[in-house]
Design a protein around this ligand. Structure first.
Ligand SMILES: NC(=O)c1ccc[n+]([C@@H]2O[C@H](COP(=O)([O-])OP(=O)(O)OC[C@H]3O[C@@H](n4cnc5c(N)ncnc54)[C@H](O)[C@@H]3O)[C@@H](O)[C@H]2O)c1
Length: 361
């Protein structure tokens, strides 16, 4: 077992899952939890039989026992909260999306460099069992050379539009939801350089008085000429996750094919020797590990996997991935996608980085 790290958790909505992950991990201790709402702090304390809470983020940052801050506040606040944590000398685990724009990217890169602390982006889908297995199979070469991939995140998430912060500047289905699918594509094609896409605002989103594109399709091309398709649909009825996984990633290689997804613990593969139809592996025994609360709505299992990856990497002197630079590159892909749907043009990721004067090498 590696060193034990102590986490302070900021934001106690989905932060509930990270509390569960920390309390169930042999590699972590919980230092303190924090939310502006004292009522929510007390509710979480009661739920998890803990006592240490504060409504003041600065107070949590002053606690010398806390080495890592887990950030689960609304998307628009992540950049500020990461910067505050780094400046207080803490490492950071920040949920997706890392930020909602690239405006603060250079500031964060500079603060990270100055403080020497680590920033890890909690792209939870990478840590769900079928998608984790798919990556392992890919890394040992079972697919051969990757030819193309298809990723999607499709859910009827109109409930999300009821929230205050989904009505504030900076919220979009693309940054909050679709980033899961974009991150999976970028995991396999880390050198995506060009994007093209289309998007529409359905009448269902307009009914909320909002003009946020809820139906999106993109092609992402990497430097070697390989391309991925990425689809998002967020305000129309779905087939249901037993027919079509909410998140899905299909890898098509020269020697084999696989499909992993979320929330079903199902993984389809057809590797050599090839069969007519793919075989199915299920991980139903892990259902209680991944889904610890009501329904299949929270992400405690993925979070436990990623905080353990983080702790092990830090202990071994390695960089836990995805890190700040990778997170910023994914956001540059997203800004290129956003630009493409507004202009109808193909957009280059390097042009976005240049526009913001960001250097990632
Ligand atoms: N799969 C995933 O990784 C996943 C899933 C769900 C949510 N998320 C992310 O988690 C984040 C939170 O989402 P949520 O659904 O819990 O939202 P939420 O609105 O339910 O919770 C956010 C909490 O942050 C608190 N907060 C805001 N500003 C604060 C401050 N300055 N100090 C202390 N507390 C503060 C709010 O009081 C609120 O309780 C979002 O960025 C979302 O994208 C990730």
């Amino acid at each position: 077992m590696g060193k034990k790290y102590t986490m302070g958790v900021l934001g106690l909505g989905e932060g509930r899952s990270i509390i569960s992950a920390v309390l169930n991990s042999d590699l972590w201790d919980l230092g303190c939890i924090c939310d502006l709402s004292e009522e929510l702090c007390k509710e979480r304390c009661q739920e998890f039989s803990i006592t240490n809470y504060t409504t003041d983020y600065n107070e949590m940052l002053r606690n010398p026992l806390i080495e890592v801050i887990g950030i689960y506040t609304p998307d628009q606040l992540h950049a500020t909260h990461i910067k505050m944590a780094l400046e207080a000398g803490k490492h950071v685990i920040c949920t997706k999306p890392l930020m909602v724009s690239l405006e603060e990217a250079n500031t964060l890169l500079a603060v990270q460099k100055r403080t020497g602390k680590t920033v890890f982006v909690g792209q939870s889908s990478r840590y769900f069992e079928p998608l984790r297995r798919q990556h392992m199979d890919y890394m040992v070469g079972k697919h051969g050379d990757l030819v193309t991939l298809e990723a999607h995140y499709i859910s009827d998430s109109r409930w999300f539009l009821e929230r205050d912060w989904s009505r504030q500047k900076g919220f979009s289905w693309m940054y909050n939801f679709m980033i899961h699918a974009v991150d999976l594509a970028a995991w396999y094609l880390p050198e995506i350089e060009e994007v093209y896409g289309m998007a529409a605002v359905s009448a269902n989103t307009k009914a909320y008085g909002l003009e946020i594109p809820d139906t999106l399709k993109f092609l992402l091309k990497d430097k070697s000429g390989r391309f991925a398709s990425v689809t998002g649909c967020y305000a129309t009825p779905t087939l249901g996750s037993s027919v079509e996984q909410s998140i899905s990633c299909t890898l098509r290689g020269t020697k084999g094919i696989s499909r992993g997804g979320y929330p079903k613990l199902q993984y389809y593969t057809n590797f050599e020797p090839l069969e007519k139809t793919a075989g199915l592996q299920t991980f139903d025994e892990l259902h209680p590990y991944f889904f610890r609360f009501e329904q299949e709505s929270h992400h405690a299992g993925e979070y436990q996997n990623y905080i353990e990856h983080f702790a092990t990497a830090l202990h071994n002197g390695e960089t836990p991935k995805p890190d700040l630079k990778e997170g910023i590159h994914t956001l540059a892909i997203m800004e290129a996608m956003d630009t493409s749907i507004r202009t109808g043009e193909r957009v280059f990721v390097d042009d976005i980085l240049k526009k913001h004067i960001i250097t990632l090498d």
